[in-house]
Design a binder for this molecule. Sequence first.
Ligand code: GLC
Length: 528
Amino acid sequence: MSEVIWWKRGVIYQIYPRSYQDSNGDGIGDLNGIASRLDYLAGLGVDAIWISPFYPSPMADFGYDISDYCDVDPIFGTLQDFDRLVERAHGLGLKVILDFVPNHSSDQHPWFRESRSSRSNPKRDWYIWRDPAPDGGLPNNWVSNFGGSAWEFDASTGQYYYHAFLKEQPDLNWRNPEVREAMHEALRFWMRYGVDGFRVDVMWHLMKDEAFRDDPPNPGYREGWPDVQRVLQVNSADRPEVHEVVRGLRRVLDEFPDRVLIGEIYLPIERLVTYYGEDLSGAHLPFNFQLINAQWNAPTLASLIAEYEAALPPGGWPNWVLGNHDQKRIAARVGEEQARVAGMLLLTLRGTPTMYYGDELGIGAVTIPPDAVQDPWEKNEPGLGFNRDPQRTPMQWCPGEQAGFSSTKPWLPLSDHFREANVETLSKDPRSILSLYRALIAFRVQRPALRLGDLRLLPCGERVLAYERRLGDDRITVALNLSSEGQVVELSSRESHRVILSTYLDRQTEVATATVTLRPNEGIIIAA
Ligand code: GLC
């Protein structure tokens, strides 16, 4: 097993650094805070942490607007702190993955300041500048992902610049070889610090149509949807040329041993898998977000698992994601009871699982009062239901003051439930969701079938999702009751089976023969 590369056998855990642990009493998490919680993470059993951006930033988009790719924002600490964090993580056997944001910088980055200073500045072409249309209007119809036109007029030089997100996040011009080289150098900078890989922000956006053709209107658009969905982003994103750029990033990672390249890509399955690249020369793990938007029922989940498995290129390693800092938390989407089933699903599917901090505590919906809203997208397009603050609230460590996150009022409110749902309290409860996550991860480590085995879906009707995982003689069956009523499942063979783990953590020694009964919202793992 140890011959298999770490990112295939491991579990990845995402940390939103503003919200993990505050060590200096400013209400915002930081690197020393994360370092102080590495023992918890090692104990949980995860193999790698991915840390969302902590680079110098004006924080218009909370760090996804970078003003220096090779440093640490003072809010989060220093390069020395980061160095120590990596050393401690590695000492505990944890890999460290960084968030790399190559599509756009901050408008305060010195590169952009130069670029906008005059049309003849050598860095002008590092960003995407266009003349106004002949009638003086916008260069084309491209829409910002955060609402409104994606073009911002710069009066002093008389041109528009393109920003796929906020106007404070101008897009870099990846057709310019100097941009590529500068960004490649940033990757090398962090890899020399021992960083084990990168999650590349909006990978499918990196190249835009060279002729700047309009995006076609989206015939399915409905009132109340975010602005960006008015168009189909087929010219502003997911261009064929992007694969060459991804290959370039991959080549840089390959200069160092055993690094992983992950891509954030929101596309349908058949487009997503193209990001593995020709002959797997692209991303090792194009993030698979299919579970995030899926209707939570057995037939839908079964068909998307089947479609994904069938679409993978030969040798392409699968991966699954249940939540992240942009998406409603899993417990808020499917409810507290199904959140346990979802955890069992994530940790028993074939491929690398990525879990989101706090999901192991079952954090659900958190109400953000209007005067506490932080998310710039919510500020741009309020009330559509896309506020990302609820999934970014502070980690809950103990029932005491500020949940142990900080000594002062945190930058976002805590969940109302933190006194019950926190690491200290849930660790003492052998039946808690945290205990379930620990058990699932530990079990995954022990069983080669779960880490590396094949997956075969089993026919199970409308309410139960079931599959078998197998590697050589190691064989495991997973049966998940997606409904709130009891279900009887027929097992495939007549030999006796043992229930190894239930999401209720209470029937570990039970022997099942031809059938097994699942209680409402129960998932079980069975082995022969
Ligand atoms: C990605 C990030 C998101 C950010 C956006 C712009 O989707 O995950 O948080 O706002 O890119 O950088």
